[in-house]
Design a protein around this ligand. Sequence first.
Ligand SMILES: Nc1ncnc2c1ncn2[C@@H]1O[C@H](COP(=O)(O)OP(=O)(O)O)[C@@H](O)[C@H]1O
Ligand SMILES: [Mg+2]
Length: 345
Amino acid sequence: MKKVIVLCGGQSSEHIVSRMSCQSVMRYIDKSKYDVSLVGIDLNGQWFELDQSLDVLTGDNWLSGAKDIHDVYGYIKQFDIAYPVLHGLYGEDGTIQGLFELAQIPYVGCRVLGSSVSMDKIYTKKVLETAGIPQVKSLYVKKRYDNTLVVVRKDFSETTQILEEVTNELGFPCFIKASNSGSSVGCYKVSEPEDLLNKLTEAAKYDRKIVVEECIDCIELEVAILGNDDPIASRVGQIMPHGEFYTFESKYEDAESQTCIPAKVEQSIQDKIREYAVTVFKAVDGHGLSRVDFFLDKKTNNVYLNEINTMPGFTHISMYPELMGDFGIPYSELIDRLLALALER
Ligand SMILES: Nc1ncnc2c1ncn2[C@@H]1O[C@H](COP(=O)(O)OP(=O)(O)O)[C@@H](O)[C@H]1O
Ligand SMILES: [Mg+2]
């Protein structure tokens, strides 16, 4: 029997989302086929072997009965496959993937480069430009180590004329996002020019790289990708956020936010989006799985890539498993396939 280490939590703003995802993974992973150990990483980066008799991973007592892991490297060496059910920094950004590479343990999901490029909204844009994937107009703002904010131009020269650049290039409202954040943490819609510097400063608390984007009045569409060299693409799902945009609250706490499969948009647009999603996955050297998110401009019907999530939300009612379910791959089988894909390489 293969020994599998499932990891949850992590040192990211999406820590709790990871525990929600992992709750479902632990419920549905085939324990007659795999010898499963569950590891929790707390917000300080301490690793624990968790007590699997615990029903609820999302409660405050998730560490009760847990055993400290001091020698992380020695501990992971005993496993055949790692399944990092981790979102955001240190889990989805290539860092923990680097640890598994060093330890030579096959793992579920994208490798180091694919994870880090996809986690970073600015570098995703740079890589995807070369693949001809349409993207919204944007600017790259950086907080230098002396705390000055500058716009970084395409040739990497810098200017401090931020307000002018944003006004001329993008206009208002615009979106500001910490480059390496997720779950809408460090993401703001800015309607007034007077609010721009404040919100840039807020976003800079999460990452020194910040994206400023033109705001699109859009329908949000998502595609699930599964595979290694010849990945499959699900049908297109649609997000109907409740509220002004898809914030952390509307994602995880607002029962009125809804999803719909397939999306209520023309078939030809769905076909194009599915094609783009596969190209995006290949362009970032994707492995295993990803959810690729798009905007459809309501006025022009133009499609734009929003982002690629290499370890998308994974509760049994999250969009990725729902899209795969719609494709004919139920949740337990999906886990099984991901573990098999990890071993394929
Ligand atoms: N350029 C934009 N125009 C309109 N809405 C946007 C734009 N960028 C982001 N949003 C809204 O903010 C949400 C979060 O942004 P996203 O880039 O997906 O970041 P995250 O990685 O945090 O999910 C999106 O789902 C969408 O609702
Ligand atoms: Mg998103």
